[in-house]
Design a protein around this ligand. Structure first.
Ligand SMILES: [Zn+2]
Length: 106
């Protein structure tokens, strides 16, 4: 993973497992139950939980919980399906709660 050198990344607040690259950060404007959340185009070292439907402010979605592959902490969720056409761009994106990750420089 030489290409990660010098690029900021976000790691699990609990065990420092690398979760997502700054490069893949799409938005800092998301709200989760705990507060601010980030939207990433990709995440790594995460495990997806079971699918469930979730009613959010912007509509109804099918999502899966995203957990750290090392310590099992739930970090956020991934959008699998939207029932509203205007929100389709979120499909496949990861929402990670700001409070659950640390920004680091490799
Ligand atoms: Zn962890």
């Amino acid at each position: 993973m030489d290409d990660l050198d010098g690029h900021p990344l976000y790691s699990c607040n609990r065990c420092r497992n690398p979760i997502a690259l700054r490069f893949n950060l799409l938005s800092k404007d998301f709200k989760a139950r705990s507060g601010q959340a980030y939207m990433f185009s990709e995440a790594m070292n995460v495990v997806l939980g079971g699918k469930r439907e979730q009613q959010l402010i912007t509509g109804r979605y099918v999502v899966a919980d995203v957990s750290c592959s090392k310590c099992g902490e739930v970090l956020g969720w991934k959008y699998l399906k939207s029932l509203d056409d205007s929100q389709r761009y979120k499909i496949g994106r990861f929402i990670i709660e700001k409070a659950k990750v640390l920004k680091e420089y490799s």
